[in-house]
Design a protein around this ligand. Structure first.
Ligand SMILES: [Ca+2]
Length: 507
């Protein structure tokens, strides 16, 4: 009898331990990644390692970011709030300016007892959030990535978006301190820059290059190396490891072997080569982020098909290079026996135009800018290898990870956990996903529904321009039909839906 009681006690303890077992999170961010990967059914870009995560997880076919440029999308995702709440619409504002006490996604994990640490680009360069991390954020050194310095530069459009140096070594910090002028606003307690300004900047280098360096001599390889080393060190405690890869962000520099994966003559050109007919001219971007590189013609000079092909080739190579680094980190999880207890989520911070609409880069409200790559795998997932076409938003990632890992999320989140989709990818879900992008005094509010994209450009709260795309009849978004009399009732209906906002679109 005594031995049975003893056994029961052991069982009870084991069960309690299992229930207490905290799932780790490997949180992989990728800069400027298009949802154009093997797992998205577009096998031209070779991404075997992301595809392997997808094979054990769920692919989100319709995931949308809330604003298609680095800091706004990252601030939104990591605080679980939309740009109208973070007030981060540019690259020089910290979300703690508007939300000083917000509890970020990694901070939620830290507060619940997880070890949280970041490698590479998670928050936008210069706007890290030290309180999010158990140990200070890790960045590749300035020296290591000297040639890639330009990769930190994320030019905004229309002069109102600016960049701040990403490199956070002491020298750069010191220089920045010296450079503090009347336009720099710091939190007096923490020294955090709440509002920055563009520092003086040297010229950019080339936009792309097949490098003779090895994987680990370039920044993403170093980021993978550091993440792997840390995994080995922290493997016995629950962790939230954020690994932010910097490619395929410009400049498209990758070891030559990744260029050799592609036949440049087999690279297709963009399907839509001009601005959508009927869209206001300011809805587009000026591709300025690309134009600044030395081997790209200035201003309005056209990008020839030959140059476009070279750029696409290099983007593909940079993507494959990044994918290989993702594979190395995941392989380490396997080698350490951690995979069965680790959630993996990989997200591109927004889309990217490779000549789509005759434009390059991001910064718009359209499909090529706002549609993102998102895959997630959870231990024991029954829907491994499946896709969901449910509309999900990047503000949903915060509550989802909390949900899956049993953490009570902070109050005030503006997304919905999509954990139910991991079990049932075909279930009914949100009726719309929302994005936005400012242009001077106008704010373009963009709404994607199952069939349409409706964009309303508002100034002082009033609609001044509208765009409407019907993906059923025009999958490449070539014509805005908002002005057609036969669509007046539809425009009115969609405008009501857009103005009812995200709360009315919840599942
Ligand atoms: Ca980005």
């Amino acid at each position: 009898m005594r031995s049975i009681a003893f056994l029961l006690t052991i069982l009870a303890v084991a069960t309690a331990q299992a229930a207490d077992k905290k799932l780790n999170v490997l949180f992989i961010a990728v800069d400027d990644l298009r949802p154009e990967l093997g797992c998205y059914g577009t096998p031209i870009i070779k991404s075997p390692n992301i595809d392997a995560i997808a094979a054990k997880g769920l692919v989100f076919d319709r995931a949308y970011c809330q604003q298609a440029v680095c800091s706004p999308t990252r601030s939104s995702l990591l605080t679980g709030r939309r740009p109208d709440s973070t007030k981060v619409y540019d690259l020089v504002t910290h979300f703690r300016k508007a939300l000083p006490d917000v509890v970020t996604l990694p901070q939620s994990f830290k507060n619940a007892g997880w070890h949280t640490q970041s490698f590479g680009k998670i928050y936008h360069g210069g706007y890290d959030d030290p309180v999010s991390w158990t140990e200070p954020a890790w960045f590749p050194s300035a020296k290591a990535s000297a040639k890639e310095t330009a990769l930190i530069e994320e030019d905004g459009e229309f002069g109102d978006l600016q960049f701040v140096s990403f490199l956070q070594n002491q020298k750069a910090q010191q220089k920045r301190k010296q450079a503090d002028g009347p336009n720099i606003e710091r939190d007096p307690k923490t020294g955090l820059i709440l509002k920055g300004a563009r520092p003086a900047r040297g010229p950019k280098g080339v936009a792309f290059e097949a490098s003779d360096k090895s994987d680990s001599e370039l920044a993403d390889g170093k980021i993978a190396d550091a993440a792997i080393e840390t995994l080995r060190r922290i493997k016995d405690k629950p962790f939230f490891l954020a690994v932010g890869f910097m490619k395929p962000h410009l400049p498209f520099i990758a070891p030559k072997k990744y260029f050799d994966l592609y036949d440049p003559n087999a690279i297709p050109m963009a399907k839509s080569k001009s601005l959508p007919v009927g869209a206001p001219s300011y809805a587009g971007n000026n591709s300025g982020e690309l134009r600044g590189y030395t081997n790209i013609p200035d201003g309005d000079e056209p990008i020839s098909d030959d140059l476009a092909r070279q750029l696409k080739h290099a983007y593909y190579a940079a993507t494959s290079y990044m994918d290989a680094q993702v594979g190395r980190v995941v392989a380490e999880l396997d080698a350490l026996g951690l995979r069965d207890n680790t959630v993996i989520i990989l997200w591109g911070d927004h889309g990217w135009k490779l000549g789509d609409h005759g434009l390059w880069c991001k910064h718009c409200n359209w499909e090529p800018d706002t549609h993102c790559a998102l895959v997630m795998s959870v231990p024991g997932q029954k829907t491994a290898g499946q896709h969901t076409s449910a509309l999900v938003e990047y503000v949903d990632i915060y509550p989802t990870l909390c949900d899956v890992c049993g953490i009570t999320p902070a109050a005030g989140l503006e997304g919905t956990s999509f954990a139910p989709l991991l079990k049932d990818p075909k279930r009914a879900w949100k009726t719309a996903a929302f994005s936005q992008y400012p242009r001077a005094k106008k704010m373009g509010y963009s709404m994607r529904t199952e069939r349409y994209r409706y964009i309303e450009w508002q100034e002082e709260g009033k609609a001044v321009d509208r765009e409407l795309y019907d993906y059923q009849t025009d999958p490449d978004e070539t014509v805005s039909v908002a002005g057609k009399p036969e669509h007046a009732a539809l425009v009115e209906k969609l405008s009501k839906q857009l103005n009812a906002g995200w709360q009315a679109a919840k599942p």
